[in-house]
Design a protein around this ligand. Sequence first.
Ligand code: COS
Length: 393
Amino acid sequence: MPEISNVGGMDAETFAAFTSQLERYVRERLIPAEPQVIADDRIPDDILAEMREMGLFGITMPEQYGGAGMNISQYVETIRLLSYALPAYRSITSINIGMVCSALMKSGTPEQKAHWLPRLAAGAIASFALTEPGSGSDAAAMQTRAVRDGNGYVLTGTKRYITNAPFAKVALVMARTSVEPLPKNAHVSAFLVPMDTPGITVGKPDRKMGQQGSQIADIILEDVKVPGDALLGGEEGKGFMAAMQSLDNGRLSVGAAAAGYAKRALDTALRYATERKAFGEPIANFQLIQAMLADSQAEIYASECMIADACRLADEGKRVSIEAASAKMFASEMCGRVVDRCVQIHGGAGYLAEYEAERFFRDARIYRIYEGTTQILQLVIAKTMLREFAAQH
Ligand code: COS
């Protein structure tokens, strides 16, 4: 495992104590509860209460706001360890500690930070509302409107596939403050909207291929009146930048989720290979099985190193769009290969719902899609490369 930077974060000893507590909690509590979470398609309230108690919703919020003050390296490492268990456990916390905390810390006014960060740290669940029925990868083409109304705004539109929408207390909603598209996507602004504001309805949770226990749904906004101080940073036109900065952060988190889950799949495959016998001996003795195990191990290690390096740069205050996109792209594609090998090593059993390999395979598929598809990440990486090349020649 690469070393985790503690620059600007928790002291290394406290972090080490936290991670060993978390690893134990994952092993002894979260993994045994997985069948129940899958059956109910939600995390039971007692586990949510424990996760709040452990401070898992507030790890990135500064201590003055009731959080644990982790830096990006430590928060992303926490996500990696948590993601050894069912992805739903990461989903429920990650929007708070990744996307919304990052947007508030980078762009929020002092009053917005003072109001929202303690609530998020205490476990009020947040959503990040960017995607719409007609705009996913093409995020800036959103149709949701925010029209000035006295001192405030009226929001109208539909946000789609919004993680945690059925449980959320607050959503960071990106909306157009100008009908016409503006340079650098300055027609987009971001709003902190309490989910009990009149005019908001949440659709029925969508049925998905995997990731049971994590719920996504539409957020429908019909003439939703918000005060002027709901505008993130108090300034129009900064919403796209805030969303993209949060996505850099979120992409590190998805990369870590993919790396953590790949490790779970590999450990499961390793155990199965030593137990299952064919031709009179454990299949782990066969070199073609060993090749699949070894490739998986090497690729997981590579993704852990990429993620740790990108996090270290982010903690030094650098813009990490390329590194975050690269780490997320590599880790999610790698996780897809590892869960596929896990099924292959299980043979026929890998196709059965009775074994975990089948579920790993379904759960992992979304990592290559959300918070930037592999194809969008290729564009993000190439665009910056080409721009830097042009500037040098
Ligand atoms: N950090 C800071 N500022 C950023 C930024 C970042 N990571 N990304 C963009 N900006 C700001 C900059 O000001 C940028 O202008 P410069 O590049 O000249 O500095 C401006 O925003 C416009 O950015 P860009 O030119 O990249 O906008 P595009 O419309 O070309 O963006 C992509 C296109 C496809 C890259 C973007 O829409 C995207 O990432 N889409 C995927 C969205 C996504 O991940 N959705 C999943 C939702 S969460 S489940």
